[in-house]
Design a protein around this ligand. Sequence first.
Ligand code: ATP
Ligand code: LTN
Length: 334
Amino acid sequence: MINDKKVLFSGMQATGNLTLGNYLGALKNWLTLSNEYECFYSVVDLHSITVRQDPAVLRKRARALLTLYIAAGLDPEKNCIYYQSHVSGHAELSWILSCFTYMGELNRMTQFKDKAAKHADNINAGLFTYPVLMASDILLFQSDVVPVGIDQMQHLELTRNLAQRFNAIYGDVFTVPEAYIGKTGAKIMSLQDPAKKMSKSDENVNGSIYLMDDPDTIMRKCKRAVTDSMAQIRYSDEQPGVKNLLNIYCTCTGKTPEEAEREFDGKGYGDFKMAVGEEVIAVLKPIQDRVKELEKDKAYIDGVIKNNAEKANYYASKTLRKVQRKVGFPDRIR
Ligand code: ATP
Ligand code: LTN
């Protein structure tokens, strides 16, 4: 608990331009929860380098991502928005927790298998221990809740196991966190291949709507979205393309799939896709406008970065010192 509130932690990697999947699956829920919890939202740049990055591009994207968090509506006075690399506790706790993680556990992680297949020329140890760093992010702030898309569930389970394992040995050190997964939007699929998750590192740019896409591009991508020849708008696994568009529509409008099915009953795919495009544009336009405004105010963003890194470091050190003492590291002499 911080200031009598439960703690929330989440983060995103600055590995590309954010997609609608990132927004509907994660960021949107961050906004809903931000009043209720004491929140830490990190730009997880340590995670980003598990895949080779161009330094200048990474720096630029990390700042764009941090700006986007604010533009989406997270107030940096109330929410701690910061770069993971500015808080060394993440890496320090990660080392300690890696000594409590079994190779077999990490071997089972599907994200590692996917990424290793995608980057066969660079299967580095960081990619393998990525989930331990993620667990450290969460446990470092004694987080109660972690809003993520469904693809992160396996990492959350590992985090809970590590917390429980550590607590069983050393007493009540870590809060055991819960995942928060939205009812709709938890897994937005590629518009070009509804069997694949919409992903910011997908080479096919038509499969993803990027948060900074202009309205014409958004409409074009929606109109070209892969559907089927069943000529009916139903929320069913037999129609994965239509189901995905309905998910997008419902998460944007707050309607239930049943309401949307009724609304589009008897309508053609053309009209339906246009309606989806319009809702997406309506959701993204205010965020895009705010990004453009914020980008002009360098001093403001710099201030946010500085102040929040201090705040994050303060809370991170508290947990870290406690953990170091528990495992037997000597106290510092002041
Ligand atoms: P990459 O393509 O680099 O692996 P990514 O697009 O999967 O990246 P992350 O930075 O790994 O994005 O994820 C940020 C957050 O967005 C996580 O909470 C993740 O669960 C969520 N997320 C990512 N893709 C989707 C999606 N298609 N639908 C719903 N949520 C998603
Ligand atoms: N692995 C996450 C990003 C991430 C994260 C976290 C999410 C890193 N650390 C802590 C929630 C909490 C991903 O989305 N790929």
